[in-house]
Structures are given as C-alpha cells and as structure tokens.
Write a new protein. Structure first.
Length: 221
C-alpha cells in the first residue's frame, strides 16, 4: 500500500506519543494480503517493566533517552477485507542500538541500554491505527556465519482472529539478502514485511524517521 493511499494529509503522529494525531487512511483494495507469520525468536521478554507503553525511547523515572536513531512506526491493523480492526493488542520487542536484547538468554557481549524500554504495547483505535516511538535496532550475530539484520518483533492479538507473530525489516539493510528467516518467506511475503524509512512528519523530531507497517490478521471462522 503506497504512502498516498495510506495517509490522508499526514497531519502528525498518532496520539499518545506527545504529538498531534495523524489521519491514517483505510485501505483501498478490496482484499488485503495476510501478513506473513514468522518465528517468535528466543528473546520474548521475561522480565516485568516499569513502562508498558508505546514510547520505547523514554523509561519512566530516567532523565536520558535511549541511544540510537529515533523512528516512529505507524500502521493499521486490518482484516482480509482491508477493514480496520479496533482493539487489537500490538506488542513489539527488539534489540537496542547495540544489537543486544534485554533477555537472560542473549549471550551477545554488546552493552545494554538502561534508557531503552526494549518492549512496548499499543491498542489499535477505531480506525485500526497503532503507533510506536522507538529506535532503529542494531544488527547482531545469530551464529558465527549469520548476522541478523535490524528488525522488530511483533505479536498481535484480537478476539475473533488468529494470533499473529511476525517481524518487521528495513529496506536497504545489507544483511537482509542473507537472513535465513526473512528469506524463508515468498517474494510477496518479504515485500509485505520490509518497510522504507521516510523523513519525519509534522510534529516529529527533525532528525527522526518514520515508517508504515500495516498488519492483516486472519479471522477465525
């Protein structure tokens, strides 16, 4: 779905991130391709957090913000008829700029960022909109021969729909072409989970970037 179809004016960013609300246009296609399912991975959070919101660059009680390139991830949760789904729980988790997860199972020697939230959640509104403010995660070694490209893990749930676990990638990353998980998908599926990083919209920091990631869930019938 191109940017012209997705936005109706691009007036800002979804409410809750401290900037004005943008109007995210509903899909114009009669059918939406289902978002590709991918592995959850070993680093789904196991620790509770002080913050449980959709702003991952600020941790409650800390003055400094997370290290790294600030990005806004905006999108809609849709059904197969491209209709918005209200009330979907959207969770994300990811590595810090260093490429390390805040998880006891991550043996990566890279440093943790005490000012990064690592995990966040949002609930889609009546138009299916969700949003996150985070940082561009770092690449990291999965094995000696395999470097995982920058990516964000997603888990999306709504009663009446099958739970979706997937991953979001960024166009132009040099490790996309050799990533075993990404390249296990069909060309069409890969196209649906790789996004462009775009200049900031009105209300965003001037050095921030944003991307659009729509999610299509399969309805339980």
């Amino acid at each position: 779905m191109n940017r012209r179809r997705f936005f109706k004016g691009a007036l800002g960013v979804v409410a809750g991130l401290g900037v004005s609300h943008s109007v995210l246009g509903q899909a114009m296609n009669t059918m939406c391709d289902l978002t590709a399912r991918q592995a959850e991975g070993p680093f789904y959070p196991v620790f509770d957090q002080v913050d449980k919101d959709n702003d991952l660059i600020h941790v409650r009680g800390k003055r400094d913000k997370a290290k790294g390139q600030v990005i806004y991830v905006l999108g809609q949760v849709l059904n197969e008829q491209c209709e918005p789904i209200e009330g979907a729980l959207v969770e994300i988790w990811q590595a810090a700029e260093s490429g390390r997860y805040n998880h006891p199972g991550d043996s990566n020697p890279a440093p943790l960022d005490p000012n990064f939230q690592y995990w966040g959640k949002d609930v889609s509104d009546k138009d299916g909109n969700y949003s996150f403010k985070t940082i561009l995660p770092g690449n990291y070694p999965a094995t000696e021969e395999w470097i995982r490209p920058s990516h964000i893990h997603y888990k999306v749930q709504r009663r009446g729909f099958f739970e979706l676990i997937t991953q979001l990638y960024f166009k132009g990353n040099p490790y996309n072409e050799s990533d075993r998980i990404l390249n296990s998908l069909s060309p069409q599926e890969r196209k649906g989970v790789i996004v462009d990083l775009l200049p900031p919209l009105t209300g965003m920091e001037k050095d921030a970037q944003h991307c659009i990631f729509n999610i299509t869930l399969r309805q339980v019938r």
